[in-house]
Design a protein. Structure first.
Length: 200
DNA sequence: AGAGGGATGGTCT
DNA sequence: GACCATCCCTCTA
């Protein structure tokens, strides 16, 4: 019933892709024998990162490193990386050689509630399962093993969700000391969603 | 080879 | 609002 979105979806310019990702489903199929067949969340918040023209981007130097090399490959690949004790996930964007990316910051739980509760721990309330980039990957069970995987292939893929009414923009979160980049309005989120990571 | 530090989150005050 | 857990990448030498 959930089917991967077409690869061409990822070919849009990074700001457009960041906006288009709002409202789409992230589907993580679970191994046979799991309590649920898949975990699903609906994206409500993204941020665009634009490589060499963006001081806040990991790929600002425009030189591939062990961490960022996947960003220089084709759009639609998964860029995961570790931040302190958490894994964050991105959609690679831009032509080959142009290291853009879209950070998926927050989503709304859709299916697999019991498993998400287990993944996040008993004490965490539903509204806090997926309202941040590190929380989201933990709830969905996404790890570094998906580095370089394609977002249009099972078992982890984007699937088309319902139309979103209104999308707001603003400055990105958590990128202090990046000069002019701190004010770029490259954050996108669904207006009024209670699963957005934070309002500012 | 080692220091520095980060696109975060949970807990405590 | 402050503290810090804890990994591993990146830069410099």
């Amino acid at each position: 019933m959930y089917e991967p979105i077409d690869q061409t979806f990822f070919q849009a310019p990074v700001l457009e892709l960041s906006r288009n990702l709002i409202g789409q489903y992230i589907v993580h199929e679970q191994p046979p024998g799991s309590s649920v067949p898949y975990l699903v969340a609906r994206i409500v918040e993204t941020e665009a990162y634009q490589g060499p023209i963006d001081r806040a981007a990991h790929s600002f130097s425009n030189q591939p490193t062990k961490r960022t090399e996947v960003m220089f490959k084709e759009a639609g690949l998964v860029y995961t990386y570790q931040m302190h004790t958490h894994i964050l996930m991105n959609v690679v964007s831009g032509a080959v050689g142009v290291p853009h990316g879209v950070l998926i910051r927050a989503a709304e739980p859709i299916e697999g509630f019991e498993q998400m509760q287990m993944n996040r721990g008993e004490k965490i309330q539903m509204k806090d399962w997926t309202n941040g980039p590190g929380k989201l990957t933990k709830a969905l069970g996404i790890t570094m093993k998906y580095y370089g995987h394609h977002w249009s292939e099972k078992p982890l893929f984007i699937s088309e969700g319902p139309e979103v009414k209104e999308i707001e923009t603003g400055p990105r979160v958590g990128i202090g000391n990046t000069g002019e980049a701190v004010d770029y309005p490259w954050r996108f989120f669904e207006k009024g969603s209670k699963y957005v990571s934070k309002y500012r």
